[in-house]
Design a protein around this ligand. Structure first.
Ligand SMILES: CC(C)(COP(=O)(O)OP(=O)(O)OC[C@H]1O[C@@H](n2cnc3c(N)ncnc32)[C@H](O)[C@@H]1OP(=O)(O)O)[C@@H](O)C(=O)NCCC(=O)NCCS
Length: 147
């Protein structure tokens, strides 16, 4: 059972290099809302701030290995979930199991509502969020005026 083998631990500074590698891989980047190529300097600055904030971030552990990242961000009246699994480990049920852990944690913390922003073409992500009970509530349209 995949779910039994998945757990979460808090992100520390020692994880930043690994998170950087996952986040900047083309496979992950094409699914992110912001596709910009991140720099190591920007990444470190972002995480220095994040690690001091109230918003929790966790490394997903799978079979004794670090397999990805999940985070919860307080937004208006809800918490937004972000998830990123090591691209070399996609399709093994880790994303689904990690999301189940986050939902469990959110219930334990008595949070009111979870949200996720997911690109239309990101089928694996739609699947894992819908499987656990998230419902799509709106769609964002864009019109590109410049390249
Ligand atoms: C989305 C993501 C977290 C999924 O992680 P994962 O460990 O590969 O997910 P799982 O293996 O648990 O499940 C993937 C599901 O999507 C399905 N799937 C995968 N590719 C698919 C596709 N192209 N079309 C339809 N379904 C697809 C799988 O069959 C599986 O469904 P199942 O459980 O019913 O079999 C991972 O792909 C990722 O990190 N993507 C980049 C970051 C991202 O997109 N984050 C989401 C925005 S917050």
């Amino acid at each position: 059972m995949t779910r039994m083998r998945t757990s979460l631990r808090r992100v520390t500074e020692r994880d930043l290099r690994q998170i950087f590698e996952w986040r900047r891989s083309p496979q992950v980047r094409k699914q992110m809302i912001s596709r910009s190529v991140i720099t190591w300097r920007g990444h470190k600055r972002f995480w220095a701030k994040r690690l001091r904030s109230e918003n929790p971030s966790f490394i997903v552990r799978f079979d004794g290995q670090d397999a990805g990242l999940v985070r919860l961000d307080a937004v208006e009246n809800a918490h937004e979930v972000g998830i990123c699994i090591n691209p070399k480990m996609h399709g093994k049920g880790i994303g689904s199991a990690a999301l189940a852990e986050v939902v469990k944690l959110a219930r334990k913390k008595n949070l009111k509502k979870l949200l996720a922003r997911i690109k239309l073409g990101n089928a694996a992500s739609h699947r894992i969020f819908e499987k656990i009970g998230f419902k799509p509530i709106y769609m964002t349209y864009e019109l590109r005026l410049k390249k």
